[in-house]
Design a protein around this ligand. Structure first.
Ligand code: PMP
Length: 278
């Protein structure tokens, strides 16, 4: 596969980063993942806005205009044979002598790669997926799409060790999010999600779910959701670029609702597929 690194297209195997890159040394950078369907970026505007927010949040001067970013992404997408892809953008503060505070001068490292998008299997959609719950032990800036992902890595590993697809995290008894997804609950036909604050990453699907709910006549409320409310929900859903909308069948071995995907999932999944095709 061909990737973009600091101004050049190169085979992935030849893309090299200096060991003093602050991404390697400190995890000092941000990233973005954008789904591509039929060679077109899905929700490009929103992903670009989040990329710009992430850069600003950690004080990296945006090295490109929106048009330049789009051109770089399209170059990489064009090189790939698959029509449906997921593009990964990774920007670090660049290479500098090792010292924690920002270097006086540094040039951001920009890396872009793309892979075929791997969507959940038909079986996962049919029966829902297993999750496990755990305490959210991450830092208090989860709204930044940081490449410092150790907390998320440990949460994902916890899920893997329990044969689960995701860890559903709780902070001080309230639902936050999955290791790499947003989490939603359904009660009496209404959808609820945690508020967009510093405790979760605002998925690009967050805004989309709000729009799809409005279009489908589903009432949505953002509010703090307790542990008990999650376990008492009629449905629990996950969203992310690669999961799209995915139903949860059990948490910690306890069935969610009837233990099978419910009607709100069906509606939102259908609406999501329509939005992709539009
Ligand atoms: N939360 C976390 C921690 C994530 O890693 C992701 C996936 N990027 C999401 C939520 C969902 O975000 P999106 O809908 O933009 O994929």
């Amino acid at each position: 596969p061909i990737v973009y690194l600091n101004g050049t297209l190169t085979p992935l195997s030849e893309a090299k980063i200096p060991v003093l890159d602050r991404g390697f040394i400190f995890g000092d950078g941000i990233y973005e993942v954008i789904p591509i369907y039929g060679r077109k970026l899905f929700r490009a505007e929103q992903h670009m806005a989040r990329l710009f927010r992430s850069l600003a949040a950690i004080g990296i001067t945006n090295p490109h205009t929106r048009a330049e970013w789009m051109a770089l992404i399209e170059q990489v997408v064009r090189e790939h044979p698959a029509d449906d892809q997921m593009v990964y953008l990774h920007i670090t503060r660049g290479v500098a002598k090792r010292a924690h505070a920002f270097p006086k001068e540094s040039t951001p490292t920009v890396f872009i790669m793309t892979n075929p998008i791997v969507l959940p299997s038909a079986a996962a959609r049919q029966s829902g997926v297993q999750c496990v719950s755990m305490e959210d032990k991450r830092w208090l800036h989860c709204e930044i799409k940081s490449i410092s992902l150790l907390g998320n890595v440990l949460a994902a590993q916890n899920a893997a060790e329990h044969d689960a697809v995701e860890s559903i995290q709780f902070r001080d008894g309230f639902l936050t999010e999955g290791s790499s997804s947003n989490v939603w609950i359904v009660k009496d036909g209404q959808l609820f999600g945690p508020p967009k604050d510093n405790l979760i990453l605002e998925g690009i699907r967050y805004g989309l779910i709000e729009e799809l709910c409005a279009a489908c006549g589903i009432t949505f409320s953002a509010c703090r959701i307790t542990h008990a409310e999650v376990f008492d929900a009629d449905e629990v859903l996950l969203t992310s670029a690669t999961k799209e909308v995915l139903p949860v069948s059990s948490i910690d071995g306890k069935p969610v609702g009837k233990g099978v995907p419910g009607p709100i999932y069906d509606k939102l999944y259908a609406a999501y597929q329509e939005a992709k095709a539009a």
